[in-house]
Design a binder for this molecule. Sequence first.
Ligand code: GLU
Length: 282
Amino acid sequence: MIYRTRFAPSPTGPLHLGHAFSALTAHDRAVARGGRFLLRIEDIDTARARPEWEAQIYDDLAWLGLDWPRPALRQSQRLPVYAGALDRLTTMGLTYPCRCRRGDIRATLSAPQAGAPVQGPDGLIYPGTCRGRPMAEAGPGDAIRLDMARAVAVLPALPAFTETGALHGGVHRLDPQALITGVGDVVLARRDIGTSYHVAVVVDDAHQGITEVVRGADLFEATQIHVLLQTLLALPVPEYHHHRLITDETGKRLAKRDDARAIAAYRAEGASPADIRALVGL
Ligand code: GLU
């Protein structure tokens, strides 16, 4: 099988050193294996994605010396495909409409009998208020959630995935309790965009024939959601490589707003692509 990996930025701000590390790591792994490096623009969040950031991504990556088949896959063009995946999960009886707003969820979780709000890899763990509502009731103001306990129950056995990164290296079998109590009923379709990162990422990794997903360690905990969805949707499970995160001098992870560490800012100051590699330890 030919090795294929990808870099999947969201065009919601400038690429910074952390993105450069991720893209270069993925690219270098593809080159070392005689494989392919693909680019995917994760622009489903139309309120935050901007064409100028997308243009800057192409420019920065080309300047870094990366090459990818053009045109890059753009998630905003693929909403009907994601809707098809959601339909499939609905047909399996695994989804329900949810009308709760973030404030409702926080309030339920902080009620004395519920204990303190608990964070999972997808934010607050949903307390299940709307679970069991029929899909026939779904309206435009509803998000669609995965009934995690049912999803786990319909599979004869839970799958495993192989992690090739040093931080979490090894084979990880999904754990039902970790999924039900530690992740919970994740949103599959946001009410504003009709899909979610989790659905789009698994559909597109399969569509692009990705054999190894290279990305930051901040997404390691979300991988159990992705592997579960791949299995439910009968998609192949790739290998995963979660790399270390690039931090600032204080040890804090870089964020989109760290414009001072934007690749464009280093370029403007006369840095070379080799300088960027050195800065991220490659
Ligand atoms: N679009 C995500 C981000 O910008 C990356 C998703 C992934 O690599 O799976 O962080």
